[in-house]
Design a protein around this ligand. Structure first.
Ligand code: HEM
Ligand SMILES: *[C@@H]1O[C@H](CO)[C@@H](O)[C@H](O)[C@H]1NC(C)=O
Ligand SMILES: *[C@@H]1O[C@H](CO)[C@@H](O)[C@H](O)[C@H]1NC(C)=O
Ligand SMILES: *[C@@H]1O[C@H](CO)[C@@H](O)[C@H](O)[C@H]1NC(C)=O
Ligand SMILES: *[C@@H]1O[C@H](CO)[C@@H](O)[C@H](O)[C@H]1NC(C)=O
Ligand SMILES: *[C@@H]1O[C@H](CO)[C@@H](O)[C@H](O)[C@H]1NC(C)=O
Ligand SMILES: *[C@@H]1O[C@H](CO)[C@@H](O)[C@H](O)[C@H]1NC(C)=O
Ligand SMILES: *[C@@H]1O[C@H](CO)[C@@H](O)[C@H](O)[C@H]1NC(C)=O
Length: 543
């Protein structure tokens, strides 16, 4: 039996959202899956049985198992551990056998950044794993922080007795009823790999798996693991294994006289309990971490692609207006138009509209988790550098009624700082083969700082915060922010002085990372991607 994903979107309220928001990047990862400007987070798990051609590998099952093994080292009373990616440092333990963890990191690494922690990504893939298999999908809380070292040991193993398991789950915050439920929820997908647990499966055939359920049910988030158990005929090798010592599911499921399993034989109750307990599983974090409210899709969200001096001495200003549409919004993509107006540096409104043009690639629309739909309008204009810009206003018109709504970002307008600019076309990134079979990178970043905001000390103040990848030999790199000083170039263009962080050496793993250009906390250009710089050639800004 299959269940439709239950999207909890009935009362979306984005009234409190103010751009730019702390979790904008995570929101993009969640809600831009297909179509225009997609982030492609779903590509690693297009179906429940998807295993990227690795024999015996089922990503949905591996990702949920990884999330549980990461969380299992929590001590809720002490407020330590939980979903914190400490699993990266725990792979050499016998309690973490198999390739599941490395495979999971391989997928997460593509999306890992200073604004998307490994632990938040792991939480999200755990949800996606359940929903793509027909279980409920829910909105994600974010803000998890990655551990920098191993946690305590304590992932349950099949040969341990019921009392040991009950105590282990208690430390993770689950009583015995909840232990039974959570194990049933986990063991509805996948199975036991012969090569990792030959003592359980009785055979050691590479790439073979004995599934927890008969038929194709290992690719459905359903309660067949429960009903098979109750009928006394189950393929679950942790129930019907020939050596009772490793039949941990048999001991756990029977705890308390089967009452919990009987209750779980109601499919709706099974989904509800899995929803509740798996939420607790991924939302268990160290006491020092505060999770956000569930991340709802943002209705009106701008993206600035560029605010930079050009060779004509004006400012190139381009970006996108992203508008959510669909039944619950009252907006229809084809009936919308959008433009912006702006306020200059002195506070004067410039009312000439800067038109947004609906993007044509993929119809200019994108789809994300929870069936969220967006349409994109691109603007691209030039501004007078002397007058500058301090904020902009988004106008969305319903064409059929000619009605225009002005969005003011909670009242203050959408803020733009024009004191420090990132000169992407003057910046570049290149890699050259070194003698050791690897690649050495070199990155140059050019920034412009408004002369009237400068004084003699400013060149010592302007810094590049580069998020470099540092290997820790455990699948997922650690991001270390490397601070580089910009040097004053003495070149002045249209009231701005150019600064350069030149020829900084970077390692090959840092070819797709991010950096911030920082004058001070309030004056910075942040979270810029290095990857577009591979197409740039450090062209001087000549007029
Ligand atoms: C006493 C507790 C538990 C024990 C002893 C246990 C043991 C095992 C073992 C031995 C495997 C086979 C792993 C492999 O061959 O790759 C497995 C697989 C799995 N476990 Fe558990 N488990 C427990 C609890 C949980 C919980 C709480 C969850 C998640 C909520 C979970 C999720 C999974 C999943 C999804 C798989 C399938 C992995 C795959 O097919 O690649 N397990 N478990
Ligand atoms: C576990 O906690 C739930 C919810 O508080 C409760 O209903 C259940 O009876 C408890 N089970 C045990 C074995 O204490
Ligand atoms: C629990 O269910 C299993 C599987 O049907 C059965 O073998 C066992 O006897 C039951 N235990 C109790 C106490 O009813
Ligand atoms: C157990 O169930 C499987 C799958 O439904 C079936 O093929 C098998 O014959 C059953 N075995 C017994 C002993 O009932
Ligand atoms: C059953 O499994 C346990 C734990 O792995 C092992 O110590 C024992 O030798 C096994 N018994 C048999 C008969 O294989
Ligand atoms: C500037 O324009 C915006 C958008 O049209 C408007 O909301 C705001 O009230 C205007 N401010 C002034 C001072 O006119
Ligand atoms: C829509 O409104 C604008 C200004 O509010 C007006 O200039 C324009 O003529 C109107 N267009 C139609 C088709 O009513
Ligand atoms: C010089 O500029 C820096 C950076 O803008 C600022 O922090 C500092 O207070 C300024 N010093 C003076 C003397 O204006």
């Amino acid at each position: 039996m299959r269940y439709l994903a239950l999207a909890v979107l009935t009362s979306v309220s984005t009234a409190d959202y103010v751009w730019p928001g702390e979790h904008d990047h995570m929101e993009d990862l969640l809600y831009l899956q297909f179509g225009f400007n997609r982030f492609g987070f779903v590509d690693g798990i297009l179906s429940c049985g998807f295993g990227q051609s690795v024999q015996g590998s089922q990503n949905s099952a591996e990702w949920i198992r990884t999330a549980y093994h990461d969380m299992a080292t929590a001590d809720v009373e002490a407020g330590t551990g939980g979903l914190d990616m400490s699993i990266m440092f725990e792979l050499n333990r016998d309690e973490n056998r198999g390739n599941a963890f490395g495979n999971t990191f391989g997928h997460l690494a593509n999306f890992y950044a200073t604004r998307s922690s490994g632990a938040d990504l792991l939480a999200r893939v755990c949800w996606r794993s359940r929903s793509v298999c027909g279980g409920y999908d829910v909105l994600l809380r974010v803000g998890r922080i990655d551990a920098t070292e191993a946690g305590r040991s304590g992932v349950p193993e099949p040969q341990q007795d019921l009392d040991t398991h009950t105590k282990m789950f208690a430390m993770q915050g689950f009583n015995q009823t909840e232990m039974i439920e959570l194990v049933a929820c986990g063991h509805t997908l996948g199975g036991v790999h012969h090569e990792d647990f030959p003592e359980i499966t009785g055979v050691d055939t590479k790439g073979q798996v004995t599934h927890f359920e008969y038929g194709n049910s290992n690719t459905a988030f359903d309660n067949q693991v429960v009903t098979e158990y109750l009928q006394g005929n189950t393929s679950n090798p942790l129930v019907s294994g020939s050596n009772d010592t490793t039949n941990s599911d048999k001991r756990i499921f029977a705890a308390g006289g089967n009452k919990t399993m009987q209750a779980l034989s109601d499919p709706t109750y099974f989904q509800e309990r899995c929803q509740s307990l798996m939420t607790r599983m991924i939302d268990t974090v160290p006491s020092t971490v505060t999770l956000s409210e569930p991340l709802t899709p943002i209705d009106i969200k701008p993206y600035i692609n560029m605010l930079a001096l050009n060779t004509k001495g004006t400012l190139d200003f381009s970006g996108y207006i992203r508008v959510r549409y669909g039944a619950d919004t009252g907006r229809s993509a084809d009936d919308l138009a959008a433009y912006i107006t702006y306020t200059d540096r002195s506070g004067k409104n410039v009312s000439t509209p800067i038109n947004g043009v609906r993007s044509t690639y993929q119809g200019g629309t994108a789809v994300g988790f929870h069936d969220t739909n967006f349409v994109f309008f691109a603007w691209d204009t030039q501004l007078d550098a002397a007058a500058g810009i301090s904020k902009f206003h988004i106008h969305v018109t319903t064409k059929s009624t000619n009605e225009t709504v002005v969005y003011e970002n909670g009242g203050a307008g959408f803020p733009v700082q024009d004191t420090v600019l990132y000169q992407r076309h003057q910046s570049c990134l290149s890699f050259a083969q070194n003698g050791n079979g690897g690649w050495d990178g070199s990155i140059t970043v050019v920034a412009a700082v408004r002369s009237d905001a400068l004084n003699a000390s400013a060149s010592a103040v302007l810094a590049l915060h580069f998020a470099s990848h540092v290997s820790q030999g455990a699948g997922l790199d650690r991001l270390e922010v490397q601070v580089e000083k910009f040097v004053r170039t003495e070149q002045t263009v249209a009231g701005y002085e150019l600064f350069e962080a030149k020829g900084m050496a970077i390692n090959q793993r840092s070819d797709s990372t991010t950096f911030d250009i920082v004058l001070d906390e309030a004056t910075k250009v942040d979270f810029q991607l290095t990857s577009p710089l591979k197409q740039e050639s450090c062209k001087p800004l000549v007029q």
